[in-house]
Design a protein around this ligand. Structure first.
Ligand code: DX5
Ligand code: ZN
Length: 211
């Protein structure tokens, strides 16, 4: 189980938080990039500031309408993952290939209200599926318990078909809800981790994952 920490809900002292995060055991910095169109929130400048302090592998979550410019913007950072939303609708396969052509793992994200059918055609091609346990757009939302079954379904599909994607879950994950996502490979958490002792809370999520 790996941990990706989101700094979306960090409103002030971002530099301080990033310094503590760099010294922590988080496996990734989860960068929540929002364009104010795909979701009403706009976080590009906040995320660009976070990147200036960052020393961890990057897990970039694009919540944007026009994906291509953001792939081009971030590819030079050589992130571990670039993930965009299947709901963006446009030429998914070519965007996935573009990310992979840069040697970056390509992910597809889906909101809780989006049917799994929408991602089926791409499961053989992706390196990561990002299962949203809250609607994309804001931190601090409540975990959607339907997520647990989605993760199980995606695990079953992976073993039945020999797919290779990792399963990441994102939204409302804390000491209470982590036990419901034990089958995920990567857990994203923001509000819970950054609003306490970062290392202790990361360890708590890892333990919860092992419980
Ligand atoms: C929401 C983001 C999530 C969110 C997670 O659109 O994709 O990464 O920041 O934050 P918490 O853990 O606060 O729900
Ligand atoms: Zn996210």
């Amino acid at each position: 189980m790996e941990i990706a920490t989101s700094v979306l809900s960090v409103t002030d002292q971002l530099g301080q938080t990033m310094k503590r995060l760099n010294m922590s055991s988080t496996d990734y910095l989860h960068l929540d990039v929002m364009d104010g169109k795909f979701v009403s929130n706009h976080t590009v400048s906040q995320m660009d500031e976070a990147v200036t302090f960052n020393q961890k592998p990057l897990d970039i979550h694009l919540m944007v309408e026009d994906v291509l410019p953001f792939i081009q913007k971030y590819q030079s950072l050589q992130p571990a993952f670039i993930t965009f939303h299947v709901e963006c609708g446009k030429d998914i396969s070519s965007l996935l290939s573009m990310i992979k052509a840069q040697g970056i793992k390509a992910g597809l994200a889906l909101n809780p209200s989006t049917k799994l059918d929408q991602v089926m055609p791409y499961l053989k091609d992706i390196d990561l599926i990002l299962v949203m346990s809250v609607p994309a757009g804001y931190g601090g939302q409540r975990f959607d318990p339907k997520t647990t079954n989605r993760i199980t379904t995606l695990r079953n599909l992976r073993s039945e078909h020999g797919y290779h994607y990792q399963i990441e879950v994102d939204g409302g994950i804390n000491r209470e809800t982590v036990s419901m996502v034990q089958q995920a490979d990567i857990i994203v958490s923001g509000t819970y981790i950054v609003n306490g002792n970062i290392e202790e809370r990361i360890e708590c999520l890892r333990q919860g994952a092992k419980a």
